[in-house]
Design a protein around this ligand. Structure first.
Ligand SMILES: Nc1ncnc2c1ncn2[C@@H]1O[C@H](COP(=O)(O)OP(=O)(O)OP(=O)(O)O)[C@@H](O)[C@H]1O
Ligand SMILES: [Mg+2]
Length: 261
């Protein structure tokens, strides 16, 4: 089945279960009975207490680890095929940049790895740096940038080969509240200007409400999906969105869903 004639969900998680160290004394039931359908262009946040399996689920979706049972399909294909097809871009909590490469050369890296013709690199790198607001920083090295700027370089790099899915594991967890709100806005701008689908792990209720089309609420031991909250805030969203009554209602609803565990 190829991209052009497939029109089902972009990601389908079916009956996924993950048991670490099965059969040993350290056996840990990390995920149980996970079902999730994601439509193209959705922004899904995963939220829940520490250890409930958010990163594990994200890694299974990205084929970085395998489920004990159940399966993930991406555009109708097994996750391993999606990874081989470069359907994913991944951004982790700490920006994983190469210190000896400047910004431009960090963003070029996946293009080089994927064998994209060198003549296409400058155009793509410039477009991505423009998207994350770092056009004047090509020649800087990671240590010359703030934490938020480094994370924006990571996002530019993850988007450089135009993946259809962006997997983000607490990308703004280490930032202060003001920078974080700014980065939320930047990410939404990127999201609305591309047709990428995003799966986003966070501990922050306001962040999840502001960014998402749906928020998946998880509970721990074993990690399960407790609730899925539809976020019906209209786009474009801005700082004003955070001051509307509906935003407060959704934050409260999500807080209660998390507390009920
Ligand atoms: N490679 C591993 N081997 C054994 N146990 C693991 C492994 N990775 C995760 N776990 C366990 O699985 C459970 C879920 O971990 P996971 O990292 O997915 O949680 P999380 O929801 O992302 O937590 P946090 O919010 O703290 O990042 C935890 O109990 C963790 O100890
Ligand atoms: Mg985690």
């Amino acid at each position: 089945m190829n991209k052009s004639n497939y029109n089902g969900p972009i990601i389908e998680v079916k009956d996924v279960e993950k048991v670490f160290s099965a059969g040993s004394a350290e056996q840990l039931h990390a995920l149980k009975d996970i079902q999730l359908r994601v439509e193209p262009g959705e922004f899904i946040s995963l939220i829940g207490p520490s250890g409930c399996g958010k990163s594990t689920l994200l890694r299974i979706i990205g084929d970085l680890i395998h489920p004990t049972s159940g399966e993930v399909r991406v555009k109708g294909k097994p996750a391993a095929q999606a990874r081989a097809d470069r359907d994913y871009g991944i951004v982790f909590q700490a920006p994983v940049l190469y210190g000896w490469r400047n910004v431009q050369r960090n963003v070029e890296l996946p293009l080089q790895v994927m064998g994209i013709p060198r003549t296409e690199w400058p155009g793509r790198v410039n477009a991505m740096l423009e998207l994350v607001g770092l056009r004047d920083f090509e020649r800087k090295y990671p240590h010359q940038l703030s934490g938020g700027m480094q994370q924006r370089v990571s996002i530019a790099r993850a988007l450089a080969f135009e993946p259809s899915i962006l997997l983000m594991d607490e990308p703004f967890g280490a930032l202060d509240e003001i920078t974080r709100e700014y980065m939320n806005q930047e990410l939404l701008n990127v999201f609305t200007r591309t047709d990428v689908t995003i799966i986003f792990v966070t501990h922050s209720i306001p962040e999840a409400v502001f960014l998402s089309s749906r928020v998946v609420v998880m509970s721990a031991r074993p990690g399960m999906i407790k609730d899925v909250v539809d976020i019906d805030l209209s786009h474009p969203r801005s700082f004003e969105t955070r001051e509307t009554p509906r935003y407060y209602e959704l934050v409260t609803q999500l807080r209660e869903a998390l507390r009920e565990q």
